[in-house]
Design a protein around this ligand. Structure first.
Ligand code: NAI
Length: 328
């Protein structure tokens, strides 16, 4: 029998955690042949709630689930981890400045990076979901010098999936007919969903739409502000769709992206497309042999350049801010 893969989920008692854990345990994260052990990390006040979720996981009798352990200590939670899903984060509360937010999250992601460095398995892969996801990933990475830098990623797959559906609806096509969607930059309102390289039935997304005003004034803001629209409608932030995107990200990372398509993920820049080296920025990516690769040599026109640069500028400023806080 195969050795179970250790999956650590932080913020396990939160709303994304509740939507995520059952899908991991049912085999959707790694595939139907891979048994998993769950290691849940929570703050002490939420351990009891995590225990309740673990009781429900037990009650599903998932054939692939080989164990659940719950911790309030990062060192223990990340011991032997193969897949780390960093979901728990400090949300922005009223009156909180960006600097305060980055500092509060530094207090979470620095020790978690250290714990990953100390105890993770050699093949560890890290996905940061908790916001500000790109910069939280950068902080964790900085404190895990023994782990290859490329193993630290942040999630823009939800933005990618949102963009696919918005474009499919506009064109009246099925989402499966759209390939090569791209999200560039930061997982924030400055992100740039790019349909100039997307393919739809033999043409590009932009040509199929043939309406630059729609792209500029409807599509881009709808995708970039979708999180706020969900909060407005649901009275709570995206949870099941965020969990779904985390599943998609890790599944593709481990199993490879389909031939003839690519996806979006925030990964450490190698300097491609003018993104300063080391920033964890969203790119068009394929996964081959268990590694993300940036899709090379795409032509970037002035419209796209301006938007990529603006989002990357925000990432550079966040990096500068956490440097000043001594978090890098
Ligand atoms: P939530 O507030 O329901 O749950 C967060 C959980 O994290 C809580 O149970 C809390 O106790 C726990 N937590 C806090 N600090 C922790 C620590 N140091 N260690 C372990 N656990 C800790 O929040 P929700 O809705 O589950 O969202 C989680 C994060 O995901 C938020 O930061 C949210 O902004 C982000 N998010 C990111 C998306 C993306 O596309 N990248 C999409 C949607 C949400």
């Amino acid at each position: 029998a195969q050795v179970p893969v250790n999956v650590t989920v932080t913020g396990a008692a939160g709303q994304i955690g509740y939507a995520l854990l059952f899908r991991i345990a049912s085999g959707q994260l790694l595939g139907p042949d891979t048994p998993v052990k769950l290691r849940l990390l929570e703050i002490p006040q939420a351990v009891k709630a995590a225990e309740g979720t673990a009781m429900e996981l037990d009650d599903c009798a998932f054939p692939l689930l080989k164990g659940i352990d719950i911790f309030d200590d990062a060192r223990q939670a990340f011991d032997g981890v193969n897949i780390a899903l960093l979901v728990g984060a400090r949300p922005r509360t009223k009156g909180m400045e960006r600097g305060d937010l980055l500092e509060a999250n530094g207090g979470i992601f620095k020790p978690q990076g250290e714990a990953i460095n100390a105890g993770a398995a050699d093949d560890v892969r890290v996905l940061v979901v908790g916001n500000p996801a790109n910069t939280n990933a950068l902080i964790a990475q900085a404190h895990a010098p023994d782990v290859p830098a490329e193993r630290f990623t942040a999630m823009t797959r939800l933005d990618h999936n949102r963009a696919l559906t918005q474009l499919a609806k506009k064109l009246g096509v099925d989402v499966t007919e759209i390939k090569k969607m791209t999200i560039w930059g930061n997982h924030s309102a400055t992100q740039y969903p790019d349909i100039f390289h997307a393919e739809v039935n033999g043409t590009t997304g932009a040509k199929a739409v043939n309406d630059e005003a729609w792209v500029r004034d409807e599509f881009i803001p709808t995708v970039a502000k979708r999180g706020a629209a969900i909060i407005e409608a649901r009275g709570a932030s995206s949870a099941a769709s965020a969990a779904n995107a985390a599943i998609d990200h890790v599944y593709d990372w481990v199993n490879g992206t389909p031939e003839g398509d690519w996806t979006s993920a925030a990964i450490p820049s190698d300097g491609s497309y003018g993104v300063p080296e080391g920033l964890i920025s969203s790119f068009p990516v394929v996964s081959r042999g268990g590694r993300w690769e940036i899709v090379p040599d795409l032509e970037i026109d002035a419209f796209s350049r301006e938007r990529i640069d603006a989002s990357v500028q925000e990432l550079s400023e966040e990096r500068e801010a956490v440097r000043k806080l001594g978090l890098l």
